[in-house]
Each structure stands twice: as C-alpha cells, then as structure tokens.
Design a protein around this ligand. Structure first.
Ligand code: NAD
Length: 473
C-alpha cells in the first residue's frame, strides 16, 4: 500500500498534517492502492511562506543558475524514468509503452526547450530614455491534472525556474507517484530552499492556493469547469491566470487525402492514453462519400490497439484512469445512442475478459449531428464522433462548431490546401498531414480551452511582467 504523506516546503519533505485521506484505487481492477494524506491549511500556508521567502534571491538569480537548475532536473528525472513509468501504469492505467514513448520524453524535451528558451527572451530593451525590463511575476500556484501528469507539472516548474519565479504545486490527487518522484528529482538538484514546493490535496487545497494573497499568478491545467471557477476566484485578487483547459479537437480529412495514412494517424491521436488527452482528436470530419471507406480503415487501424493490462509491454490501450471517469465515459456513450448517433464500433459493454477494471472499448459513432452531446462535449475517453460533409465550407463550419479551441488536424494531398484550411480553424494549434507536434511552439487554447501559453520561451514569458524605467541608466 502506498501512502503519500510528505509534502515539500523550504527545501525538505515534511509530514502533512491534514485530516483528509484521499483514496487511490487501481483502474485495472479497483483494488485499493493506498492514500494521499492531504495538507492542512497550516501546511499550505507554510509552503507559500517558503516560496515567498525564496522569491527575492531566486528572482535575482542569473540565467546561468536557472539554466543549470533546468539541466540538472533533466538528468535527475531521466535517472528516475523506470519508476515514473511504472507508477503511471499502476495509478492511471497508462501503458508502459506510452510511458516510454510520450509521458517521459515530453517533459525531458520540455526542460531542454525551456533551457534553450532562456536565451531567446528579450529580458531588457531600451526605447529612447526608457528601459523595459521583464521581471518575474512572483509566487506561482500550479495546479495540474492526472492525464499527462509529469509533462504538465514539469511545464509549469520549468517555466517558473526559467522566469525566476518560485512555485507551489498542487498535483492531481489521482496521480501522486509521478509528483513524488519529480520532487525527489528536484530535491536532488540542490535548488535553494523554497524555490519549488509541493502540497497534497483536492479542490479545497487548490482553492486555498488560488485565493492566498502571496500567490501572484495561477497556472492551471484541467477541466474548463474548474478553470472557470479558478478564474473567478483569482479575479478577487486581480491575479493573472494561465488556463490550459479541455478540448473537442477535430481531424478534418479533405477529399484528396490519403486515407491509408490519415485514418491510422487519427486513430492514434484519438486513442493514445485511452483518449485522455486534451488534444485528443475526438471528432473526425470526412467527405460524406468517403465515410464507408473511413469506417473500414478506422476498424482496421484499431487492430493495432489491443486493450489490456497497462503493465504488459504489448498493451496499447489501458483502462481509463478512475471509476468516476469510467462511469462518465460509459454514460456519454449511452446518451449518444439515445440521441440518435449510430454506434459503428465499440460501445458501452465492457470488453470481454476485462469486465472488472475501468476499461472502455474503442468506440466510433456515425450519423453524428453537430448539436449532439457527443459532438460538443469532451468525453476524455476512447470515443470518436464521425461527422460527414459535402463541401469544404461545410467541413470548416463543422470543425468550428464548438466552444473549445485547443487543437485540430487537417489532411490533404496538397499541403498548401491543407495549410489554407488550417488557417480557417478557430484553435490554438493545427497539425497538418500528421506533422510531429513541435514542442518549441506555444501551446494553449482559444475559447473554452483557455488562454496563456506553455512550452519553451513562451511558457517562461507567460510568467514575466514588464517594468518600464524612464531615465534609467
Ligand atoms: P480537474 O479540473 O477536475 O482537476 C484538475 C486539478 O484541479 C486537480 O489537481 C484538482 O484537484 C484541482 N481542482 C479541482 N477543483 C478545484 C478548485 N475548485 N480549485 C482549485 N483546484 C481544483 O481535471 P482532471 O479531471 O484532473 O483532468 C482532466 C481535464 O483536464 C480535462 O478536461 C482535460 O481536457 C484537461 N486537460 C487540459 C490540458 C491542456 O493543456 N489544455 C492538458 C491536460 C488535461
């Protein structure tokens, strides 16, 4: 049984003194894995005070000190790779294959890009008699979800270290293993005490962080509902927020696209991590006349995605992360049927032999209309809505018929045509013809997907403020 009871403040681990015990259950079979002992309000205050004390010295640190800290963290994390991948499989059901392919490489790359980003920022600029400086925002509260937990935590920590801010992190109570190992790595880095701090807890601890007067910026990744609430609370203290929220991204297949390349790629971008990715391509928009061929290829591509125990090497699809998430996904599948969508693949029945875990069969719905729940709301599971169009104009309308705006994809034999189409999508990023997602570019959403940007220099700049000095020398 795992018991996470040590939070991290002032450069050392300490026992949390809260009364709440947050239970951890295996998504594979529901057995208890242990508990997270929540921090008390006094523990959270201590962590924020520690960040506040460390701020003057860290905000005056040299770029070299920050660069070295980021480089050391990268090495320390890499050394902990096997343990982190194992705990992601056990706690959130992420297949070890995906842990090695994405969950770990993304934060390692993120640390490299933050390091490189330090030299790409204009820290000081002279304009006539004015000197414009970019200064750290202050103490940052970082609140993160469970789906790519290491990447999400590291994105915020790397940005804070790079910007000269200090930080208190509240990771998801669902995936504490990665957070603990990340703080073991940070502890080994020898950062000055108080630069990074960790508190355990659920929404109440998150709310305490957001409303604390010493916190000057909130960086949140999670659901749109919680993001809205955080922004409302932050407004009381007039605190800037970075919100990386949900999505309902569309993959648009234009009529000249090579379906043999496009459809397996869309399957990957909708099924990886069992669809629990904010950028998951959960809507597939195709020419009506090609729909039967698309469905055929979708089914064929799914054969390469066996469901099973996340600790087994060959598994590509694990369970969804929690019983609550499982219930939510199954209910959305059932409601899609009631609303009139046609179940083409998968469905709400548990997969054979995997009846006791949080497993969901990869599911594809046809005859989806844009007003249906399955076309509008994030499922956060391995479920795709197929929407058909007759003209390219209709395809763009369907793609933009969402309040979200995080990501998207376009496929065409003509890269110029695909690029022109991509420019018409109301979303923070678009992947053209399956291009690799470039982590050096700014990541973030429009509309209900939030605002603010992460990754590399953009993540650091998000945590900087301008100061203009008139007549400075
Ligand atoms: P969630 O919003 O339920 O929780 C996220 C974090 O917020 C957790 O640490 C939780 O304890 C905390 N929290 C909950 N209520 C709070 C409150 N009132 N005040 C302060 N903190 C609070 O999200 P989740 O279920 O952990 O993650 C799934 C969601 O995250 C999905 O909607 C997904 O799209 C989104 N997500 C977005 C991105 C992105 O970069 N845009 C990336 C990953 C996940």
């Amino acid at each position: 049984m795992i018991e996470h009871r040590e939070y991290y403040a002032d450069g050392r681990f300490r026992p949390a003194s809260g009364t709440a015990r947050l239970p951890l259950a295996s998504p594979t079979d529901g057995r208890s894995l242990g508990v997270v002992v929540a921090c008390s309000a006094a523990d959270v205050d201590l962590a924020i005070a520690s960040a506040q004390r460390a701020l003057p010295a860290w905000s005056a640190s040299s770029l070299d000190e920050r660069r070295q800290a980021l480089q050391r963290l990268r090495l320390e994390l890499e050394a902990r790779a096997p343990g982190i991948i194992q705990s992601l499989a056990i706690e959130i059901g992420c297949p070890v294959w995906l842990g090695r392919l994405m969950q770990l490489p993304m934060p390692l790359k993120g640390l490299e890009l933050a390091t490189a980003g330090l030299d790409r920022i204009q820290w000081r600029e002279t304009i006539g008699n004015g000197v414009v400086e970019r200064v750290p925002a202050g103490v940052v509260a970082a609140i993160t979800p469970w789906n790519f937990p290491l990447h999400q935590m590291v994105a915020k920590i790397a940005a804070a270290i790079g910007a000269g801010c200090t930080l208190v992190l509240k990771p998801s109570e669902v995936a504490p293993g990665a957070a603990r190992q990340l703080f073991d790595a940070l502890d080994a880095c020898g950062l000055p005490p108080g630069v990074v701090n960790l508190v355990w807890g659920g929404p109440d601890v998150g709310e305490q962080l957001v409303s604390h007067p010493h916190v000057r910026h909130i960086s949140f990744t999670g659901s749109t509902t919680v993001g809205r609430r955080i922004m409302a609370t932050a407004a009381e203290g007039l605190k800037p927020v970075t919100l990386e929220l949900g999505g309902k991204s569309a993959a648009v297949v234009l009529d000249d696209a090579d379906l043999d390349t496009a459809i397996p790629a869309v399957v990957r971008m909708s099924m990886a991590n069992s669809g629990q990715a904010c950028v998951s391509q959960s809507r597939l928009i195709v020419p009506a006349r090609l729909a039967p061929q698309v469905v055929e290829r979708f089914a064929a591509a799914l054969e390469a995605w066996p469901l099973g125990d996340p600790l087994v090497e060959a598994t590509r699809l694990g369970p969804v992360a929690t019983a609550a998430q499982h219930r939510r996904v199954i209910e959305m599948i059932e409601r899609a049927g009631v609303e009139g969508a046609e179940l083409l693949l998968g469905g709400a029945q548990p997969p054979a032999g995997l009846e006791h875990g949080c497993y969901v069969r990869p599911t594809l719905f046809g005859k989806v209309r844009p007003e249906m729940e399955i076309a509008r709301h994030e499922v956060f599971g391995p479920v795709v809505a197929l929407l058909a169009y007759d003209t390219e104009g209709e395809a763009a309308e369907l793609a933009n018929a969402t309040t979200y705006g995080l990501s998207g994809a376009v496929w065409s034999a003509d890269a110029h045509r695909a690029t022109a189409f991509a420019r018409g999508l109301n979303t923070g990023q678009v992947v053209i013809n399956g291009a690799a997602q470039n982590l050096a570019t700014p990541f973030g959403g429009w509309g209900d997907s939030g605002f603010g940007r992460e990754n590399g220099r953009f993540g650091i700049e998000d945590l900087l403020r301008y100061r203009a000095l008139h007549g400075a020398v």
